[in-house]
Design a protein around this ligand. Structure first.
Ligand code: ZN
Length: 491
């Protein structure tokens, strides 16, 4: 059995046995959202992919610090060094403070992440909260001779860097081609070479989000925050850096260059990239205008949707593909995921109905081994789920009495399914948990209401009113009816 976790490292382009830099601690840094709009299906994929990584490493016993940033400054339109700040543009359009935009969409992002049952990161730093640290990093890169000041802005000197190190080692791009292929853009005359990128930008007079610096009143370049905040919270050598494949170039390539220019080495041991969500083969994105927000996906309110899909259906849909494979959205694929998710959940319920006997015909150890092998093979969730479905057939045979299981194996099987489905895949029972809460609350209310009826019969109005008022304060509206009472939760 493959007991060691293997991770595909985008940098070495092969699977490597996972060995933490500083066991038992593991540091993970994942590029989070730029918060100027609602999260869409494309955001759900990295969030769920790295939630799986976070959950599994914790399950293996590591002490994991998971840092996922919020980009709230410096990310310019078209991901270039020119144009408007995405947050500021939205703030001007909505006549709001940039930080109101940031707070509003951060809150909504958190709500969506909670719906998808992703665990909150250990630290969620904001770029705007780390301006001083980013300026210090710019100074360090300047001091090391890998950046230059040009009219109040600071640019990374790709050519100087590439003489000593290797710019393009992550994405496989060649500097010569980058220099030749990058077309001249407005404002690029400030740069020595088109491939150079901004570490600090001088703000134009109308630019709102600005801070003082030794070079100008301005703001940090987009790539800088991740080099800076990962180092601050995880050190200059840490384990895993994750993000979407679309961030590989230029964002992560630039991060490697910045960290190497500052510290003399790349900070990251394993680079992990999730593949994209596509619609009819085309990448989904806000700028592409073909995105489906998570709220729309859950409610069904988007013309491309036949129906709404629950958060756990969406989570299951994402986990059914390996994180490095492309995933194409379609109603049929989501409907299939809905059925698959429900079947898996039904098997967990069925497990509780099975009675252990003395005989055993089920190879639980064999099934477990296959499941862990899949997880250890670069988090291969589609293979894992296929094994879990093999197990579902066995569970159904046990329920039907066609197979037999003893107590020890039944306990093992229950633990295996519980650990994999809930703790590692991060699925949760949706409709059942809601109706179960409702059921329990109903029983408690019956009890409370019978006390109220007794009080009324004794003409103890104080108690009866107190019960009514306190239920109301708790958000439970009770109406007396002919046959007893009705209740509902206040919206
Ligand atoms: Zn980043």
């Amino acid at each position: 059995m493959e007991t060691k976790l293997n991770i595909y490292n985008t940098l070495s382009r092969r699977k490597e046995v996972f060995e933490p830099v500083n066991p038992p601690f593991v540091g993970i840094y994942v590029c989070g959202p730029t918060v100027y709009g609602d999260a869409h299906l494309g955001h759900a994929r990295p969030a769920i992919t790295f939630d799986l990584v976070f959950r599994y490493l914790q399950y293996l016993g590591y002490k994991v610090r998971y840092v996922r940033n919020i980009t709230d400054v410096g990310h310019l339109t078209n991901d270039s060094d020119d144009g408007e700040d995405k947050i500021e543009k939205k703030a001007k359009a909505d006549k709001l403070e940039p930080m109101e935009i940031v707070q509003y969409y951060t809150n909504r992002y958190h709500k969506n992440m909670e719906q998808l049952n992703t665990l909150p990161p250990s630290i969620e730093p904001h770029a705007s909260g780390h301006i001083i640290e980013q300026e210090a990093l710019v100074q360090r890169i300047l001091d090391n001779g890998f950046a230059y000041v040009s009219d109040g802005s600071v640019y990374f000197d790709v050519e100087a860097y590439n003489k000593k190190y290797h710019y393009g080692k992550l994405s496989g791009r060649r500097v010569e081609e980058l220099l030749a292929n990058t077309r001249q853009l407005d404002g690029q005359e400030e740069k020595r070479h088109p491939a150079d990128f901004a570490l600090w930008k001088k703000a134009t007079p109308e630019h709102i989000m600005r801070w003082p610096s030794p070079w100008s009143d301005g703001f940090p370049g987009w790539h800088l925050e991740c080099s800076c905040m990962s180092q601050k919270y995880l050190g200059d050598r840490f384990d895993i850096h994750g993000g979407g494949l679309d961030l590989q170039f230029p964002h992560h390539e630039c991060e490697i260059a910045q960290s190497t220019a500052a510290y003399g080495h790349d900070a990251v041991k394993y680079w992990m990239h999730n593949n994209m969500v596509t619609i009819k083969g085309k990448k989904m994105g806000k700028s592409l205008g073909n995105f489906i927000t998570l709220d729309q996906l859950f409610s069904g309110e988007n013309e491309v949707l036949d129906q709404g899909y629950s958060p756990m259906t969406v989570r299951f849909f994402i986990l059914q593909a390996h994180y490095r494979s492309p995933l194409d959205f379609s109603n049929d694929a989501l409907k299939a995921a809905e059925k698959g998710y429900e079947r898996l959940m039904a098997s967990v319920t069925a497990l509780d109905k099975i009675v252990a006997g003395k005989e055993n015909t089920v190879d639980v150890d064999g099934l477990a081994e296959k499941c862990w092998e899949a997880m250890n093979d670069d988090f291969n969730t589609p293979i894992l789920i296929a094994h879990l479905f093999d197990g579902v057939r066995v569970i159904n045979s046990l329920v039907a009495g066609n197979e037999k299981i003893d107590r020890e194996n039944l306990e093992k099987l229950k633990k295996l399914y519980h650990d994999l489905i809930f703790d590692i895949l991060g699925l949760r029972a949706e409709t059942e948990s809601v109706s179960r809460d409702h059921e329990v609350l109903g029983k408690v209310l019956d009890m409370v209401m019978s006390i109220r009826t007794e009080a009324k019969q004794k003409k103890d109005w104080a108690t009866s009113d107190k019960i009514r008022d306190e239920l109301k304060a708790a958000g439970i509206v009770v109406k007396d009816t002919k046959d007893g009472y009705e209740w509902e939760l206040e919206n």
